[in-house]
Design a protein around this ligand. Sequence first.
Ligand code: COA
Length: 141
Amino acid sequence: MEFRGLEKGDIEKIVRLRREYYECMGEKLTVPSLEKFKSDLEKQVMNQRLVIADDDGFAGAIFLEDRDGADVYVKTLQVEPEKRGLGIGTALLKEAEDWAKSIGATSMTLTVKPENTIAKELYENKGFKLYRYLMKKDLEE
Ligand SMILES: CC(C)(COP(=O)(O)OP(=O)(O)OC[C@H]1O[C@@H](n2cnc3c(N)ncnc32)[C@H](O)[C@@H]1OP(=O)(O)O)[C@@H](O)C(=O)NCCC(=O)NCCS
């Protein structure tokens, strides 16, 4: 498996994975939020890095943002459903950590839903610890 930078054809795949992920989690994904995500991918400014796992085609992606020079935020980590459980997510996270270290960051941060046990365990096994609760109130209920 190789790692590479973003190519134009990857964007629709990443957006599709995001849509599927939200559906699977039973969460609402508004059109503006998806459009912003897509335009962030397209822009990829200086302090961002997107790594694609390529095993003869698109296998998954991790999108990172260096927010303050010290902490790197994982904006998204996704692996194609049929390619999960093969170590790709772990490898992408390792690539992310190597990049974070290479730019002098001292920590990494991400959010994960409590019921997303696979991702939560992956992060915990790689040394991530609970740092803060993100609290949300649904105003439409
Ligand atoms: C979370 C995700 C990125 C992991 O990617 P992956 O390539 O399957 O991860 P890996 O193959 O490296 O496996 C990581 C760990 O998860 C476990 N795992 C993977 N798929 C699993 C499954 N279906 N059931 C149980 N455990 C599973 C592996 O056993 C492994 O544990 P180990 O390190 O103790 O062996 C992938 O499941 C995914 O894209 N999920 C949907 C999007 C998502 O939830 N992203 C994270 C949002 S915060």
